[in-house]
Design a protein around this ligand. Structure first.
Ligand SMILES: Nc1ncnc2c1ncn2[C@@H]1O[C@H](COP(=O)(O)OP(=O)(O)OP(=O)(O)O)[C@@H](O)[C@H]1O
Ligand SMILES: CC(C)(CO)[C@@H](O)C(=O)NCCC(=O)O
Ligand SMILES: [K+]
Length: 238
């Protein structure tokens, strides 16, 4: 049994792959909660880890691994992997979740693409048709935009939950929620439009907790993949 773990800034996502081929998925607030649930599945032989969270989470993963007697394979962003080349001047400073999502997209489609990860932050990375990464963008995610408006104004009051619409808002709630979504959708469309100038077949891959909310996009298709980061782990640590 192999455990894949994606530690983000809000949540821990994991997948257990049993030798039988059965996969179990989970999402938890902390790795300790995840570990309890994973333990129910059995004892892992190895853990493949992507973490952009703080170091204490990685220590938690190592402690659990020691308890299970298994190894931890911690992914890192490098200059080259899985057929692609990182565009960062210092590859190790690019979030490994972005890198793994790119690797997984490239494994599916060896062609030009933009890869969107809509989590606490939203990232968009650009790959050309030979697998060269041209860099990317980091912007606040839906929740972060919402929370910054709540924190920085007196008269914006919001309740939980948001609707996936982009029409002009006729209440404060709608104005904020629809605005965040429209900004993100337009942003993805703009990055894709730019890539289309040089790469006519450029595709769009979308992943992350808010990924489905970004769809549909105007005048273009996008492929939603539930777990690009976890899929990338399986490519770099076969
Ligand atoms: N049950 C949930 N709990 C928290 N967030 C959720 C939930 N369901 C959907 N979301 C959405 O998922 C987003 C977080 O996405 P995700 O879990 O991919 O983030 P993350 O991996 O922690 O973020 P990052 O990788 O950017 O640090 C939130 O903005 C929220 O809108
Ligand atoms: C941008 C996030 C927060 C997205 O999860 C993560 O990839 C990260 O912490 N990256 C480090 C900074 C960078 O990628 O340039
Ligand atoms: K993420």
């Amino acid at each position: 049994m192999i455990v894949d773990v994606d530690v983000g800034n809000t949540r821990v996502k994991w997948r257990v792959s049993h030798d039988s081929g059965v996969n179990i998925h989970g999402v938890h607030k902390t790795f300790d909660d995840a570990a309890r649930e994973i333990g129910v599945q059995g004892v892992p032989t190895r853990i493949r880890l992507s973490s952009v969270g703080n170091a204490s989470v990685t220590r938690g993963v190592e402690t659990a691994a020691a308890h299970w007697g298994c190894i931890v394979q911690k992914a890192q962003t490098t200059k080259n992997a899985g057929g692609i080349t990182c565009g960062y001047e210092q590859p190790e400073s690019m979030g490994v979740d972005r890198w793994l999502a790119l690797i997984a997209a490239w494994q599916q489609y060896q062609g030009a693409c933009v890869v969107v990860d809509a989590g606490s932050a939203v990232t968009i990375d650009v790959l050309d048709s030979v697998g060269q990464h041209h860099g990317g963008y980091i912007v606040p995610g839906v929740m972060m935009m919402r929370n910054s408006l709540l924190g920085g104004t007196a008269k914006i009051l919001l309740s939980e939950g948001f609707r996936r619409e982009v029409t002009p808002g006729v209440s404060t709630q709608e104005a904020v929620d629809h605005g965040a979504l429209l900004m993100l959708r337009s942003f993805v469309e703009a990055v894709h439009e730019e890539l289309l100038c040089s790469e006519a077949n450029a595709k769009i891959f979308v992943t992350g907790g808010d990924g489905e909310s970004l769809l549909p996009l105007k005048d273009r298709e996008a492929v939603y993949c539930k777990d690009l980061v976890l899929d990338g782990l399986a490519v770099v640590f076969p």
